[in-house]
Design a protein around this ligand. Structure first.
Ligand code: C5P
Length: 252
C-alpha cells in the first residue's frame, strides 16, 4: 500500500477512496474490499474484492478507450489502485439497459424480467443516498445546472457507444450484458468523460437468460452467503478478463 502512504485523502465513498496525486491533473483511486447494497444499509467486507473490481475496471476501461470512448483511466497499480485523470464528477448515475431487470421491472411492471429492450433504455439518476437516487430526465438535469445540454448529449452518446462495445465483447465470451451503470466527470468545460468504475458492482452480467447464473452483485443483493458472493466475484474476474486472478491479489 506504499503508493497511498502519507497521501491526502480527498474523498471517500462506500467502495472507494480518492487520494491526491503529486500531479495536480491526476488522482489515486483506492478500491476498498467493502461491499454494500440498499443505499449502504447492507454492508460487508470481502477480501480481494478491491483487487477484483479495480482490475476489471481497468480491463473494461481499456476496451472503451480502444474504441475511442474516453475514460478516467491513466494507469492500474496492483492490486487495487487506479491512477486516474482528475475530473469533476457529476452527481449522476447513467444506466443503460438491454434486458429488463431490477428496478425497471419494479417501477414499470409491464416490462417483464428477461424481456429484450430494443433500442436500449438509457436512464439518469440523481445521486443521493437519502433520497434513494431519484430518477431525473434531461430537463431536470439542465434545470438543476448539473450538466449542460451538450454534456447530456455526450453522456448519452458515450453510454450507447460503450453499450455496443461491451455487449459485443461479452457476447463473444458467451455472456448476456443485461444492464450497467456509469458515471461521468467534467474534464474541461462542456466536455465529460467516463469516470468511477465498471465491474460486477455496476452491471448485470448473465450466463443464461433467466438470470439464474450471473457474474454480478445481484447475489449479494438477494442474500447469498458471503463466501458464495466472493466466489461469484472471482468467477466474474475470470469470465470477463479471460485471466486467472493472482493469489496475492485475492488475499489483499
Ligand atoms: O437497480 P437497477 O435495476 O436500477 O440497476 C440497473 C444497473 O445499474 C445494474 O447493473 C446495477 O448494478 C447498476 N446500479 C449501480 N448503482 C446504483 C444503482 C444501480 O451500479 N446505485
Amino acid at each position: 500500500m506504499s503508493i497511498i502512504k502519507g497521501r491526502q485523502l480527498i474523498a471517500e465513498g462506500k467502495t472507494k477512496r480518492v487520494y491526491l496525486h503529486d500531479d495536480p491533473d491526476k488522482v489515486i483511486l483506492y478500491f476498498k474490499n467493502d461491499i454494500t447494497a440498499l443505499d449502504g444499509l447492507k454492508h460487508d467486507v470481502i477480501t480481494g474484492k478491491g483487487y477484483i473490481n479495480a482490475y476489471i475496471t481497468k480491463y473494461l476501461f481499456e476496451k472503451l478507450e480502444k474504441a475511442g470512448i474516453p475514460t478516467q483511466l491513466v494507469e492500474y497499480v496492483f492490486p487495487n489502485i487506479i491512477i486516474a485523470k482528475k475530473i469533476q464528477m457529476l452527481p449522476l448515475e447513467v444506466v443503460c439497459r438491454n434486458i429488463a431487470a431490477g428496478h425497471l421491472v419494479k417501477r414499470l411492471p409491464f416490462f417483464k424480467t428477461g424481456q429484450q429492450l430494443n433500442p436500449p433504455v438509457v436512464e439518469f439518476f440523481y445521486k443521493s443516498d437519502e433520497l434513494h437516487d431519484p430518477m431525473v430526465n434531461e430537463y431536470h438535469i439542465q434545470a438543476l445546472r448539473v450538466a449542460s445540454e451538450r454534456e447530456i448529449s455526450q453522456m448519452k452518446d458515450y453510454t450507447l457507444k460503450a453499450n455496443l462495445v461491451l455487449k459485443d465483447f461479452f457476447a463473444k465470451r458467451g455472456l448476456i450484458f443485461v444492464d450497467f451503470k456509469i458515471e461521468f466527470g467534467r474534464l474541461t468545460a462542456d466536455n465529460v468523460i467516463i469516470g468511477d468504475e465498471l465491474n460486477g458492482d455496476s452491471m448485470r452480467l448473465w450466463a443464461t437468460l433467466d438470470g439464474r447464473r450471473a457474474f454480478d452483485k445481484d447475489g449479494y443483493r438477494s442474500g447469498d452467503a458471503l463466501e458464495r458472493v466472493r466466489e461469484t466475484y472471482i468467477e466474474a474476474f475470470k469470465v470477463i478478463t479471460g485471466e486467472e486472478p493472482l493469489k496475492e491479489g485475492l488475499e489483499s
